[in-house]
Design a protein around this ligand. Structure first.
Ligand SMILES: [Zn+2]
Length: 224
């Protein structure tokens, strides 16, 4: 997997910017798994999607993720960097897990789409477990079995607040994180195209065909 070209990144942004976050995630997933049809991607375990998006992120923006979090107890802002070593090993997640002789499906993007509009986390978690075949009284047990089998499905990060020592867990939404970066990069590319087109009269395709370093060199001259 090579990094996305400027042209490709803008095309992805153009398709994704008008879509629901879940569809954006699938659009990005398709960049890593061009061998699978959209319907197949929607039915893959969430952990497989998230691991693929993380690889896409590393390839395009480097291996370190800058994160911040406000302590839920005292409000202190914590800033930290997340590296690959701090994340679970990337193993292909199973399609299902076995608990007491019965099989339960691992949650997929299609399952998440059924929860759109549900604002309560506990209700959503319960509905998700039920979509995977868990009966209401076994939800918690099935949830932990799925979590153990597919740790990438919900990337939970433990933290300890340096100000008040509060210990908690936060989830990293890699799809939203990566989209934010793509959105930012696309808007900055559009700004560059706008400036260079005005200054030199080149068209969009010509400007996108320039390497990043050559484009920056011309931009520096326009700004000087
Ligand atoms: Zn705190």
């Amino acid at each position: 997997m090579s990094p996305l070209s400027s042209e490709r990144l803008l095309a992805i942004w153009e398709h994704g910017v008008i879509r629901h976050p879940l569809d954006r995630a699938l659009l990005l997933y398709a960049q890593v798994r061009p061998d699978l049809a959209p319907d197949q991607l929607a039915d893959r375990p969430l952990g497989d999607r998230n691991a693929a998006l993380m690889r896409l992120r590393w390839r395009n923006f480097g291996p370190r993720l800058a994160l911040w979090l406000d302590c839920p107890s005292c409000g202190e802002r914590m800033e930290f960097e997340l590296t690959a070593e701090q994340l679970p090993t990337m193993l292909a997640p199973p399609e299902s897990v076995e608990v007491d002789g019965q099989l339960y499906r691992c949650p997929t993007s299609r399952d998440l789409a059924q929860l759109v509009g549900c604002t309560d986390v506990d209700t959503a978690t319960r509905q998700l477990a039920q979509a995977c075949g868990a009966s209401p009284e076994r939800c918690a047990q099935i949830e932990s079995a799925i979590e153990a089998a597919d740790p990438w499905a919900d990337l939970a990060l433990e933290f300890c607040c340096p100000a008040c020592a509060y210990v908690g867990e936060a989830s990293l939404d890699i799809a939203a994180y990566l989209w934010e970066e793509i959105d930012c990069k696309a808007r900055s590319l559009l700004d560059d195209i706008h400036l260079l087109a005005q200054a030199y009269g080149w068209n969009e395709a010509e400007i996108l065909a320039l390497s990043d370093s050559r484009r920056s060199a011309y931009l520096a001259r326009v700004m000087a």
